[in-house]
Design a protein around this ligand. Structure first.
Ligand SMILES: O=C(O)c1ccccc1N[C@@H]1O[C@H](COP(=O)(O)O)[C@@H](O)[C@H]1O
Length: 200
């Protein structure tokens, strides 16, 4: 999210998390000097989540402080050590992994102690926001030890398929580009319909 009115409209739908992209190569980048005031008034029930790609510890720390973030989504090749340091900053850590048929789930083991959730996104040449879905059957190889964010090209047509994933430890469903009218601007009616159907 980036546009203040759009954020407020989406906030009325009571999402558990709201994401802000601090990756300067993304079309959803918040910019170098985004006004923190736009975010402060969001309901406390919404976890303000900063999305970072291969940033340095100091930059992440400064951004957490400036925007009073509650959670950090690390969407690049961040090390276990960095995840640990970010978690010590007092935020939830959501570590993203790009999944394809060859994904090695044993890679997760080292991250188990240093993050709160794993996020499974589709493997692409970029880092995220691709709008591409991966084959969720691959997740049958996951041991479900830690709750996950399901991500990657999820659209309003996916509700029924998501509801069939009850055997997996899905904690959150992460929606992004498939609900936009333009980058960083959500279609509120589409999100509303999706959320209602998912909560049914
Ligand atoms: O959205 C972006 O531009 C982005 C850029 C870099 C890293 C992550 C990004 N977004 C995250 O990507 C996933 C999947 O998004 P999509 O549904 O495929 O568009 C999601 O977690 C976004 O937060």
């Amino acid at each position: 999210m980036r546009n203040s009115d759009n954020m407020n409209a989406i906030a009325t739908l009571r999402p558990d998390y709201m994401g802000f992209i601090f990756y300067d190569k993304s079309p959803r980048y918040m910019g170098d000097d985004y006004a923190p005031d736009n975010m402060y008034h969001l309901p406390r029930s919404i976890q303000r989540t900063g999305v970072f790609v291969n940033d340095k510890e100091q930059k992440i720390a400064e951004t957490i402080e400036r925007y009073a973030l509650n959670a950090v989504q690390l969407h690049g090749n961040e090390s276990v050590a960095l995840c640990k340091k970010v978690r010590q900053m007092g935020v939830e850590v959501i570590k993203a992994f790009q999944v394809d048929a060859l994904f090695d789930f044993t890679l997760l083991d080292d991250y188990a102690e240093v993050c709160d959730y794993y996020l499974f996104d589709t493997k692409t040449i970029g880092y995220g926001g691709s709008g591409h879905k991966f084959d969720w059957n691959i997740l049958n190889q996951y041991n479900n030890h830690k709750p996950i964010f399901l991500s990657g090209g999820i659209s309003h047509e996916d509700v029924d398929s998501i509801k069939k994933l009850r055997h997996l430890n899905v904690y959150a469903v992460d929606i992004n580009s498939k609900f936009e009218t333009e980058p960083a601007l959500k279609d509120v009616a589409l999100v509303s319909a999706f959320v209602s159907k998912l909560r049914e």
